[in-house]
Design a protein around this ligand. Structure first.
Ligand SMILES: [Zn+2]
Length: 384
């Protein structure tokens, strides 16, 4: 193809040409060149004038956007990013914030671990710091701490440092890793992590807490319940409450009969039991009694199923335990109270909002469930 109009030879570096259609005039007819994707044109390549115009326009617009972006940033951030274009700036921000988000998650967990996160501002959460890094199936949060990796582990396994890095001589070479059972597999950081990390016993309840579509703060709360890590009255010690409070006089804020404990609050307490009885019908699990171990045992019998009933049941269970815990704290520390019906409505409303994003199979059982939830019968249904 011969371009007869003015040409532009990319000088140094490279030029980004955005996706689009360019009319390139030739000797006879105009040729329309379409580029479906943004292309990076290397230095020395000829560009048609129209592409150059588009590029110039893009640069101008990018500069304007970059100026606007910089205007709204703090001075420190402005200084760091002012030499970037829009695309590079976005990439830099993306990298920066993904690292920051990862760090903040770790800090949140650490803060939670060491913190006075309950309204009493006393005591620490009873979750061992190392346990947080266990996989979810072993009762942890599945966070991989890279803070001390690999230096502190090199101290634990000094032989690792003595292994000379192999020199690959051709494409057939590969590095193998022998796991604790003697099985050989292609080397990966994941395998090394699995070999060196602390291990816990596999737990049966983790799929009830961490399931598809879980609501994060509800699941995190239930994780604490399952680990018996909430600061309940039966776990308080004299130094937690001070000399003015007699621990023997503490009573559940709902029924005033017993000290609250994990088993009592979820859901042996008469108040909590009524909440459970009000909401369980929305997952058609009316036969599952309001006892934590029975609810968990029931979910374990259906843990392999991914039906809407099981997922709705888990959403209701996690939401119920979360809002009962919130209500308990509100009554204890804020002096506010909500009725049974208000708690039920809160649970149902929260789960219904989650259900809006679902797609349901078009079966009579699902239709019946949707009717129960007062959702349109043709809502996001698919299949026959
Ligand atoms: Zn009670």
């Amino acid at each position: 193809m011969t371009v007869t109009t003015s040409r532009y030879v990319v000088p140094t570096g490279s030029t980004i040409v955005p996706a689009g259609r360019y009319v390139v005039p030739t000797g006879k007819d105009n040729v329309i060149v379409s580029t479906g994707r943004t292309k990076v044109i290397p230095a020395g390549q000829v560009l048609p004038q129209q592409a150059l115009n588009v590029h110039a326009n893009l640069v101008k617009t990018s500069k304007e956007i970059a100026c606007l972006m910089l205007m709204y940033m703090t001075q420190e951030l402005q200084k760091d990013l002012e030499h970037f274009g829009v695309y590079e700036m976005l990439q830099e921000l993306k990298t920066m914030f993904s690292q920051q988000a990862e760090q903040e998650l770790l800090q949140t967990v650490r803060a939670f671990y060491t913190c006075n996160w309950i309204p009493t501002k006393r005591g620490k959460a009873k979750v061992a710091w190392e346990d947080i890094f266990l996989p979810k199936r072993e009762g942890g949060l599945g966070i991989r701490s890279l803070e001390n990796w690999p230096l502190s582990w090199l101290a634990k396994a000094p032989n690792l440092a003595l292994i000379a890095a192999p020199i690959l001589v051709n494409s057939h070479d590969c590095i193998q890793w022998r796991d604790i059972n003697g099985n050989m597999a292609e080397f990966s950081v994941k395998l090394v992590w699995e070999a060196l990390r602390p291990c816990g016993a596999k737990l049966l309840w983790y799929k009830t807490v961490w399931f598809a579509h879980y609501i994060p703060h509800h699941a995190f709360h239930l994780w604490l319940v399952m680990r018996r890590s909430l600061k309940m009255q039966d776990k308080l010690r004299p130094w937690d409450v001070g000399p003015s409070i007699d621990l023997n006089t503490l009573r559940c804020v709902f029924c005033q009969h017993y000290m609250d404990s994990h088993e009592h609050l979820f859901f042996e307490c008469s108040y909590a039991s009524k909440v459970w009885n009000l909401v369980r019908i929305y997952a058609e699990i009316d036969t599952v009694r309001s006892l934590l171990h029975e609810i968990i045992a029931w979910f374990q019998t259906v843990t392999h199923k991914r039906t809407v009933h099981v997922i709705v049941g888990k959403l209701i269970f996690t939401a119920a335990s979360y809002f009962i815990w919130c209500e308990r704290n509100n009554r204890l520390f804020k002096g506010t109270r909500r009725s049974l019906e208000e708690i039920r409505d809160l649970i149902i409303m929260t789960v219904r909002l989650k259900l809006v994003s679902f797609r349901f199979k078009n079966t009579s059982r699902v239709t019946r469930l949707l009717t129960l939830w007062k959702m349109p019968s043709n809502f996001n249904l698919y299949g026959d």
